[in-house]
Design a protein around this ligand. Sequence first.
Ligand code: 1CP
Length: 395
Amino acid sequence: KQDEMCKTGQFPGLRNDLILRAARGQHTERAPVWIMRQAGRYLPEFRKLRESHDFFTCCRTPSLACEITLQPIRRYSGLLDAAIIFSDILVVPQAMGLEVEMLPQKGPHFPDPLETPKDMDRLHKKIDVNKELGYVYEAITMTRKELAGEVPLIGFCGAPWTLMAYMIEGGGSKGFEKAKRWLFDYPEESKVLLQKIADVCADFLVGQVKAGAQMVQVFDSWAGELSPANFRTFSLPYLRSIASTVNERLACSSTACVPMIIFAKGALGHSLPEISRAGYDVVALDWTVEPAVARRVVDLATPGSAAKISKGAADNEAAHRIALQGNMDPSVLYASKEAIEKEVERMLRSKKGGFGGEGAYIANLGHGITPGVDPENLKAYLKAIHRISREINSE
Ligand code: 1CP
């Protein structure tokens, strides 16, 4: 059924492919822009809907997930270049057999987190991802149709280390002591768990693409909690595994590959070269890295692809220039519109250490937008990106 679904012609033609071109390393007339967590609590229309619907009910009801995904697209009509499906990274631990609830004001909570490796027995032995997470696929197919080709739809999942951290901590954490203790005391069992999560994530992303996702992002939000050595032992191999499995599986099922984005927050300072060679098309940056430096480091780390400052590279070109995404500090959105514009100038102009006008760049924040931001300030940010990047990209 899934294979039938992805036959061409099922979805309306795409009218704005700016982000797909940038993700393939190409020059674009201006920088495409989307915002991590663009569908969420800073929007009054989202908060209104949440008054009458529980969080995971929103995730599990395709019509609600579709509506929430479209909220920012409507509000910022013409200013956003992608939609991201409304869901959460914690639907994967749920599919693996752990209970997760969303507590008001507190965030995610696992009533029975994993305490010792023995608890891994409580996870499902065989996971039918298509069955457990079919509701996400339905939401994606519905939203892609509703978008009617206005902008591409992004799918996503959490990274194995970030998900393992939640499964052991039982929710958000300051120091991740329990999860890190596993890495030191039970390294082999940790690797088994990480690979198991990676396999589910790969299945899940393949299913999302078949259901209509035109790009996917892997969120390693807590990568920065790990030392360089532990990041390379307990996170990076599983990020690589996801990228290669997804691409192989899509190729085998004759489904066109889609650009993949990796966001390893906090790990760029020590592992940007390794991350840029992990098999992803786009590397998302947090705000602790200077864009021009990141551009140089990534080009040096991926010489075959950097040679192609690919104005005309074919869409399915294997070795295109690695694109960058990011990376404004989300807190800038609390400042005045003048300050926001000034920071956008700094982020974009190469003489200020910014991304410059060569393309292979997707504007975003360096992490998710926070609940207290005034939606009008986000509008000022989006408008500044459009205006300034159009200027720079045509210079
Ligand atoms: O009360 C509410 O309405 C819950 C708030 C909320 C929302 C709007 C949560 C709980 N998740 C979401 C949606 C969500 N989560 C999206 C939607 C698509 C979008 O617009 O971007 C996405 C992509 C996520 C991904 C997610 N969930 C991440 C990775 C991104 C990041 O910001 O680092 C993480 C770490 C989570 C876990 C999570 N879910 C929700 C919260 C509050 C958290 C963080 C908890 C913590 O502090 O550890």
